[in-house]
Design a protein around this ligand. Structure first.
Ligand code: 9Z3
Length: 314
């Protein structure tokens, strides 16, 4: 058995994770969608992951452990990648923020529309510009065939779909980019040791041992899509350890870039950690509504271009 601690994939753990995971309900249909989306595409494609994965505690799930992520980072980044000419596979947690919907109110259907003249539904003038922009931009991405959205909820679904996407994107070589912004569970209950029915509170306090989710980053890099440009994220709440932890992830999983962010300041600033050094990326504070994802994706697009060129020369 290989040792995950030295950066090489622990294949036994990974195989046993996939073998025991409940199979995807619509795995074949998802695979077909991804293949159709990628068919004939030679240009750059990015897989953006977004939102947090859940860990069910019961097979007929009533309770689960969740990982924090609103999905804002993934949705905003998707918009900037599309603007830069990438095709995007958006692997997102159901119910989280969607591309082009970031400026809409919390309950867009009820807040953006109103019923006038008996039964005519019209857009509330306050939201007209935002609604128009969202519909036009989303429609453009969909009709151009540059945006494929795939939802997940559990850690089992997320990792199985990610594997499926990565194996399909493998043929794109260095033009493939992985931008792994999803907040992925570190601990889980293996399916076979999970109780089927709802855990009863009458049984007293809950004592539960969670297994470690095997790190898929190294297997993504080594086996699933070895030539792809891989970016992972590192989230911490303690700034003192953030950059060190990001550097460790960069080396351990052989990432091309790790984007380090602190929970409270994540919308203001990120630190891009690479083998060549670190760059602080900040949102333009002089412009209201400016996103940190704007300069971040510009930097990534440039770095990805150099990466593609370097792979073509070799
Ligand atoms: C991130 O660090 C994302 O930037 C956020 C975005 C989840 C903070 P929001 O969705 O927030 O805009 O509300 N994602 C990665 C988090 C993560 O689980 N990283 C793992 C780690 O830190 C590595 S895969 O160990």
């Amino acid at each position: 058995m290989m040792d995950a601690s030295n950066g090489s994939a622990n294949f036994e753990e990974i195989n046993s994770f996939f073998d025991s995971a409940p199979s995807l309900k619509d795995g074949e249909a998802i695979k077909r969608k991804v293949e159709e989306f990628l068919e004939g595409r030679a240009n750059r494609v990015v897989c953006v992951t977004s939102g947090g994965t859940t860990v069910p505690l019961e097979q007929r799930c009533v309770r689960y452990i969740d990982n924090f992520s609103s999905g804002h980072r993934g949705a905003a980044s998707t918009e900037y990648f599309l603007k830069a000419g990438y095709a995007v596979v958006f692997l997102y947690r159901r119910g989280t923020c969607q591309p082009y919907c970031r400026s809409l109110p919390d309950d867009p259907l009820l807040e953006c529309f109103e019923v006038t003249n008996g039964s005519n539904v019209t857009v509330n003038p306050i939201h007209a510009k935002t609604v128009e922009g969202a519909i036009i931009d989303n429609h453009l991405a969909v009709t151009r065939g540059t945006l494929l959205k795939l939802p997940f909820t559990t850690i089992f679904e997320y990792l199985q779909i990610l594997q499926l996407i990565a194996l399909s994107m493998r043929s794109l070589g260095p033009s493939a980019l992985f931008y792994l912004a999803a907040a992925v569970s570190d601990f889980y209950v293996p399916w076979e040791s999970m109780t089927v029915h709802k855990i009863q509170s009458s049984s007293g306090p809950l004592d539960m041992r969670l297994a470690q989710v095997p790190k898929m980053l190294s297997v993504l890099r080594k086996d699933w899509a070895p030539l792809a440009f891989c970016i992972s994220f590192k989230l911490e709440t303690d700034t003192k350890i953030l950059v060190d932890k990001a550097n460790m992830a960069l080396k351990k999983y052989n990432m091309d870039m790790v984007v380090a962010n602190e929970l409270l300041t994540r919308k203001e600033e990120v630190i891009v950690v690479t083998k060549g050094g670190n760059v602080i990326v900040q949102r333009d504070k002089t412009e209201s509504g400016a996103d940190v994802e704007d300069p971040l994706i510009k930097l990534i697009v440039d770095t990805h271009s150099s990466y593609i060129t370097s792979k073509q020369i070799v």
